[in-house]
Design a protein around this ligand. Sequence first.
Ligand code: 9D3
Length: 247
Amino acid sequence: MKIEVLTLFPEFVEQVVKVGIPRKAVEVGALSLSARDIRNYSDGADRRVDDRPYGGGPGMVMEPGPLADAIAAAKTAIGNAKVVALSPQGLPMTQALVKQLAVEPALVLVCGRYEGLDERVTPLIDFEVSLGDFVLSGGELAAMALVDAVSRWLPGVLGHEGSAEADSFSAGLLDHPHYTRPPSWRGEAVPDVLLSGDHAKIARWRLKQALGATFLKRPDLLEELELSRPHAELLKEFLHERSGEKN
Ligand code: 9D3
């Protein structure tokens, strides 16, 4: 996948492919990322790309001209690209959206700063994506989050540890607890089942813990799910064991 990020902070955005999974994605040739400075498309000698809002009010608005030219240049560079603006007004970023975007051959990610983009660039944008209902200073961190999340789904990037993680989230549940050595630490033992070598039993225990954690921490996720009968039974078992511990 080819990604062009349009931003006033290209050196910041480029950091996302310097480490971890996005870096691996670039190394295996599954991803190429280029950050394009919107300021290079300013028509003024001062390189300004923002101006005061018509109608008054605080803050500045990004001018349409430099954005339009930067989008056109990015599309010419990578071809047939979806154009996604990172914006507080966008669709919340979810794993379902990430998976859809990961099959695109090319993406142009438009990062706003100041109060936002001039409304007249909207015909150039396919859709908007938000990181969630809180205020960021601009779209860059959201674009970097999207690049990171998409990288995990590109072919040849993750081994089997990744597919397992993917399974767990596409199942719509939180992860089960994890343990490593030492077997006893500050008086707390690792659950016996994890040392048993019985893989069916371990899988059942992990699913039970995942159902329990989701019920306790993110009941909103469970409501989406329509638990199957066996899953509902496992959750009951989790809650029963937990009430036993507490009393
Ligand atoms: C504080 C200013 N707000 C109106 C009073 C509007 C506003 C404008 C620009 C709020 C945030 C921003 C910059 N944010 C983004 O570009 C952004 C964002 C976000 O703020 N939260 C979650 N996801 C995203 S994606 C892009």
